[in-house]
Ligand binder design. Structure first.
Ligand code: NAP
Length: 322
């Protein structure tokens, strides 16, 4: 009988998504509703060779030290900020992630949020439902249109470029700040690379698409928010800690900017009593950027492919570390 390595899936997933994994390995599934790699899984740590993680699971030196046979960590996300990549590399552990398959779904949600926050959809819809829809008035529920507005994109990677493509079709001027120039995006969608300070000062909508790293953590702080136009909107589709939450609360309360739409927050989940929920110019969605039937299934397929390749000692289809 061929060797069937032990693999931990940190939390349950739909059975039809993980069927190929069950066939190939001895699968141990962690509990639902608990962030992180649950302590009850500890009896399996000594023999586990593969770990399939979610973005709510921290993989650090401490955990790796308890898993001497681990060959591969496969993260069900493109972002790998929950994993200590250097610690994995030092131990020869491959780290997989799921770029590309989620790009269009995340770009779609970015546009849903741009439109929703720019046109005040959530407050207008709530007003209608609550009986505050009086006679039609020419100056009620006025918003900002995308056509002719300037979109600033921080991080013109796969998702940033899919957003730029949509922005071009919507008649927006596209500016971006990224580590490296993107000549193809400049040629195809008229995107123009500018310094961070210019992006802040000129954007009517500022959309965040960088990974969370030491360089991007807290990049949108009080100073950055004060540089934005008072009529501008911030959309965070990246990771919560790219924005300093307390500074954002002040910016929204005191009118430094017009509004914000956040698919990611710091902390996550954002507790129900958080002041951001009480601000009518702030729209919050619960980290649903890639949450479509098709995309989540593709992410699962890719995460399983990465995991199985790592168990065989082969290069991963998408590897995040060297
Ligand atoms: P990607 O293709 O790697 O793009 C990231 C871009 O950010 C790259 O263009 C990179 O520049 C740029 N960048 C990195 N550090 C920077 C810095 N310090 N300053 C300026 N630009 C910087 O990744 P992606 O697939 O587009 O995903 C981007 C991020 O979106 C993920 O890491 C994840 O955190 C987030 N995300 C969120 C959701 C959600 O549900 N809300 C879903 C998926 C992804 P270079 O090209 O020069 O390297």
């Amino acid at each position: 009988m061929p060797h069937r390595p032990v693999v931990i899936l940190t939390h349950p997933m739909p059975e039809d998504w993980i069927a190929p994994l069950r066939e190939a390995v001895q699968l141990v599934v962690g509990p639902a509703g608990v962030a992180g790699v649950a302590a009850d899984l500890r009896p399996h740590f000594g023999e586990v060779e593969g770990l399939l993680t979610w973005l709510i699971d921290r993989v650090d030196e401490h955990l790796l030290a308890e898993m001497p046979r681990l060959k591969v960590v496969s993260n069900l996300a493109v972002g790998v900020d929950n994993i200590d990549l250097e610690a994995c590399s030092r131990r020869g552990i491959a780290v997989g992630h799921t770029p590309g398959v989620l790009t269009e779904a995340v770009a779609d949600l970015t546009f849903a949020l741009l439109l929703a926050v720019g046109r005040g959809l959530f407050t207008a819809a709530e007003d209608a439902r609550a009986g505050r829809w009086g006679l039609w008035q020419p100056d009620a529920w006025l918003g900002t249109e995308l056509n002719g507005s300037t979109l600033g994109i921080l991080g013109l990677g796969q998702i940033g470029q899919a957003v730029a493509r949509r922005a071009h079709a919507f008649g927006m001027r596209v500016l971006y700040t990224s580590r490296s120039p993107k000549p193809e995006a400049e040629a195809r969608w008229g995107a123009q690379r500018v310094p961070w300070e210019t992006l802040l000062a000129e954007s009517d909508f500022l959309s965040l698409h960088v990974p969370l790293t030491p360089a991007t953590q807290g990049m949108v702080d009080a100073e950055a928010l004060r540089r934005m136009k008072p009529t501008a909107y911030l959309v965070n589709m990246a990771r919560g800690p790219v924005v300093q939450t307390e500074a954002l609360v002040r910016a929204l309360q005191e009118g430094w900017i017009a509004g914000a739409a956040l698919d990611v927050t710091d902390p996550e989940p954002l507790p129900p009593e958080h002041p951001l929920y009480r601000l009518s110019n702030c729209l919050i969605t619960p980290h649903i950027g890639s949450a479509t039937h098709l995309t989540r299934r593709r992410m699962a397929d890719l995460a399983i492919s990465n995991l199985l390749a790592g168990l065989r000692g082969e290069p991963l289809p998408h590897q995040a570390n060297a």
